[in-house]
Ligand binder design. Sequence first.
Ligand code: HEC
Length: 164
Amino acid sequence: MADHEHTSGGFKLPKEVALSILALVFLITVIIFAANYIPSKAMGDRKKVDEEAVATRIQPVAKVELAAATAGGAKVSRSGEEVVKSACFACHGTGAAGAPKIGDKASWGQRLAMGLDGLLKSAIAGKNAMPPRGGSDVSDIELARAIVNMANKSGASFKEPAAK
Ligand code: HEC
């Protein structure tokens, strides 16, 4: 009788079970195919999307810093050297447009006599080829620091104004 179990072999999968398994295999095949196919097709757009996502994520920080800088916020305001590099050097580093060149004591000499306050007023308003604030959006204090930075390399010994 022990043989009976081995040789029976008559166990039949119910039809429903067989169909479900078939359907499952089909579904898995479709998923694997889709998972492989879709990313490779969308790969081109992916980098762009990532860059946009990063830009969106850092935007609030960038906005806050810009707002603080333009509001003349003492906390995040730029140093004289930073302002000179980014907003003044184009002209004052080279003497372009007739700008008094940094380090050129002769062309700064007369101007330094105006004192820091006078130079600041002049730089805020602009003068001839010098656009107001050098064409930048720097605050008064940042502009003053930039003037001190340039003037002190050109014969002056101004004291950098303290943040209010
Ligand atoms: C587009 C070129 C340009 C840029 C940028 C520029 N300047 Fe000037 N700047 C000039 C010129 C030109 C003069 C000389 C104007 C004159 O005396 O006719 C000048 C003169 C000045 C003077 C002397 C003003 C006076 O009354 O004699 C100061 C101070 C000054 N600039 C500060 C700055 C600072 C600070 C920055 C950066 C925030 C800056 N400039 C950016 C062109 C520029």
